[in-house]
Design a protein. Sequence first.
Length: 294
Amino acid sequence: MKKRSVGFAMTILIIGNLVAVFSDALIKTMGKDAAVFQFVFFRQLSAVIILIPFCLRATKQSFLVGLKWHCVRAHVWLLGAIFMVISLNTLPLATANAIFYAAPLIMLPLAVMVYGEKLSRYSIAAGIIGFAGVLVIVRPTDISWAALAALVVAFTIAVNNLFIRKLPTQQSVAQTLLLTNLIGMPASLALALWENKPWDWSPLITASGSSALILVYAATCVVAYRAAESNKIASAEYSGLIGAVIVGYLLFNEVPDITTLVGTIMIIAPLLWLAKVERKRHKKDSIQAIAVNE
């Protein structure tokens, strides 16, 4: 894929994260008594149905390329989806999302270990300040199972985004998302049967809506992380926190306090600063490249 600007990649990520908030809100409407594994299976089933029409022209051979990495991402994605349902139905929407947004910080050291990326001092500073903002919002006085579940989600998001670059670039975004959900379905079905709860198809509509929205988010991740190095754009993942605060207030009457607002500013301010720094650096590099060619 042709390399795009860092600003383009960050914009795509911001859009995706705002869309993902509404997917989270749909999950939260399910309540604590929902059959978690059934709901996750319904999400994958609906995702496959949505994506198949976009993949009809693809050849059978193209689906077999990079199958190992698709398999890894599919089951990491499944793990994250399970713990996401658990955490969203227990924690306030903004609090759960705040923990999810530890993912960009987790990505920074992982990117160094997996790809040998070099972290700029700007990326490190933005990640540390942003994560400090997450801690301000969460105010972790004790460790709950719901908080641990949300941290698992953050880790799975980070791993999935990093492994996007392992996937074949000749495959379309729709193919990538189809394989992610299709390969994980046998495991999610087995878990749903093991859950041993009466089958209830009524949540299928909610699952389909959530799945459609999260597919948009996943697609933006594929596009963005193929377009730019992860350490340069990962902080854009924090943008959805503002949406989570607003949606939580409007739909679930979760009123953010002054501490939440301060933490949100701590998260968003470094994002805007990093985008400005990277735009200047990109412009400077472009000017230097033109000067060398001349």
